[in-house]
Design a protein around this ligand. Sequence first.
Ligand SMILES: O=C(O)CCC(=O)C(=O)O
Length: 270
Amino acid sequence: MSESSHQLTEEQKSFYHKNGYLLGLPAIFTMEEMDKMNSELPALLALLEDGESTKDIREWHETSTYLNDICKHPKILDLVEGILGANFYYWASNFFIKEPNTVSTVGWHQDSYYWPMAPNNSVTVWLAFDDVDEGNGGMKLIPGSHLGGVIKHRKSEQTDSVLTLELADGSDFNADSAVQFKLKAGECSLHDDSAIHGSQANPSNRRRAGLTIRYSGTNVKNDLSVNPNFKAYLCRGVDELKHNPPGIDPTTRYGRPDFKPVSNEEAGKG
Ligand SMILES: O=C(O)CCC(=O)C(=O)O
């Protein structure tokens, strides 16, 4: 059997487990494929309603083959399998889009604080729709911070933050040690659900768009009393544990679900 170019090496796996992230991965999509995906994005954005923004695009993969096809792309799944092993599903997709010359930031946080899921065994794929670097507000992450457990968060004082929670005062981490993520359009990074990360504003004249996709081992169970519409889309292997309701693949190219997902914070548990 020939090895896929997207299967992780043992060195990459141990780097991820030690540092909580992975960069320098082979591209998922060519420039031509990214151009096509970017040309389709307006059709999805057109479904946003008055008063909504791109951050309201949450779990639209359930009704959009445009997104479901990306989330189940075999090259992405090969990368994720290297971290989560043979049996895993995906359950979330969100855009983080910073238009040129905009002030919105993402405060330092750990994803697992937001999610009513246990145990912590989830990986985020951040797929770049644009070239992303420090100049346009690319993500930063504190290496090794996923090993220190989940830290208390508080309401964010940064009114420009896309997320409303951030790490509480006195949290023991050193922002100076953060690694700057740099990606070309069509490339992706991986990060652990407990790694501390965030991003600055985009003062440049370039857009900074990324799609985050969340993958979890089949041992991870969502608490339906917090997030009742949760659906697990099996990506690889078998789901013998059946902890979560299975998702049904969409049939329309672009659509929005008729529910909103609920995080711990939105349920008043943050
Ligand atoms: O795109 C960003 O700047 C932050 C993304 C993020 O917080 C995440 O992927 O969990």
